[in-house]
Design a protein around this ligand. Structure first.
Ligand SMILES: Cc1ncc(COP(=O)(O)O)c(C=O)c1O
Length: 373
């Protein structure tokens, strides 16, 4: 298999554990195992007695039941537990696609949804975000032009990484209608769902509203529990789920038993965890709004209605990669340059971490020293 290096993961491999301030993280604040176990009475004792053997390849029945309860119309049988969100993206593409297939990818994107199909010889069409009036827009007419009877899969991600764009209910229904016309599969990456700024922004999982919808989710992002490496696919398409499950027997085989247990505790207490993370996001967004109002001549910023990431336009002459490099060298603050997404002139910010105010203060020092005239 010849596949392009994963730009974002390469970048993080170099910087994530050396830069002091991560101003671009897409995961929310994590917590300790002890703090997580404290959320449920008796969980610590049960965890200590938890069996460390192999687990069921599809995921433990109890965890699949907890996951299914986060959807409105799916049962435990319609869930496949995987290693993070990355493994199911890879395995789904391997299971469903073959050389010559045509797919559509909402772009910019988390690279694996583009690079894995491309490496298999698929034709990848991009549904690209436009930046208009200081906001990102995904134009449905553009999607309608890309979709046709050859389209096998549409890869979506809402709330979107990196733009922060989130579909409205109306847009979601319009996308489903378009897909239904051609019987296309929708692979919907929903790893940032649960962090909406108000109930009016909550949209259903695609797997709940579309017969060919496959929803991807994970403990890493909205829940902030990336170290668990627990993710899953949810769909009514049992044949597809079975094909992915067969491939999983060649990769991770089954999930880690302690992680499955802990993911179950987190999901049963998801309201508390999501509220805590949303509170961090809200506090950080206020600071970001103040910052970008102050430096509006340098940066274009539009506050996302959901999720923990946003994409900032640089309104000055600077290569985004070199800019991020200079910021990390001088101030130990990590930004994610647009180059990583093949979308130049921007950088991604993450605002789900508690120390974001500190990171922003150091970034402001850089701005004052280098950009303010
Ligand atoms: C949109 C999106 N999907 C999937 C993933 C992969 O998630 P995980 O690291 O939990 O496998 C990421 C990670 O950044 C992401 O941003």
């Amino acid at each position: 298999m010849i596949i392009k290096p994963f730009k974002l993961e390469r970048y993080y491999t170099i910087h994530e554990f050396t830069a002091k301030y991560l101003l671009c993280s897409s995961d929310c604040e994590a917590m300790t195992i002890g703090d997580l176990l404290d959320l449920e009475e008796g969980a610590a004792d049960r965890f200590n007695n938890h069996w460390l053997g192999y687990t069921e390849s599809k995921g433990s029945p109890s965890l699949r039941k907890d996951i299914a309860s986060t959807y409105t119309s799916l049962s435990a049988e319609e869930i496949l537990v995987c290693a993070g969100a990355q493994e199911p993206i890879f395995l789904f593409s391997q299971a469903v696609l073959e050389a010559g297939d045509e797919i559509i990818v909402q772009f910019p994107c988390y690279q694996s949804v583009e690079s894995v199909p491309e490496s298999m010889g698929c034709k990848v069409l991009k549904w690209t975000a436009q930046h208009q009036d200081n906001k990102f827009v995904f134009d449905l007419d553009e999607l309608a032009k890309l979709i046709n009877s050859r389209t096998k899969v549409i890869y979506l991600n809402s709330p979107n990484n990196p733009t922060g764009y989130h579909f409205s209910k109306e847009e979601q229904l319009a996308i489903v209608e378009l897909a239904r016309k051609y019987n296309c599969i929708i692979f919907s990456d929903e790893v940032y769902a649960g962090l909406e700024q108000g109930s009016e922004y909550v949209i259903p999982a695609f797997a709940d509203i579309y017969e060919y919808g496959i929803s991807l989710n994970v403990m890493s992002k909205a829940y902030g529990l990336a170290g668990l490496r627990i993710g899953w696919l949810a769909t009514k398409q049992s044949e597809i789920l079975e094909k992915v499950a067969m491939l999983k027997e060649y990769t991770s085989i089954c999930s880690s038993a302690p992680s499955e247990f802990l993911a179950g505790v987190a999901l049963r207490n998801r309201k508390k965890i999501l509220e805590r993370n949303l509170e961090i996001v809200r506090t950080n967004l206020k600071l970001l709004d103040t910052f970008f109002t102050k430096y509006s001549s340098l940066f274009s910023w539009h506050q996302p209605v959901a999720g923990p990431v946003g994409f900032v336009k640089m309104n000055f002459e600077y290569d985004d990669l070199q800019f991020a490099e200079k910021v990390v060298q001088e101030k130990n603050v990590l930004l994610l340059p647009g180059d990583i997404f093949d979308y130049r002139g921007y950088f991604r910010l993450g605002f789900g971490r508690k120390n974001m105010p500190e990171a922003l203060a150091h970034f402001e020092e850089f701005v004052i020293e280098n950009l303010v005239k």
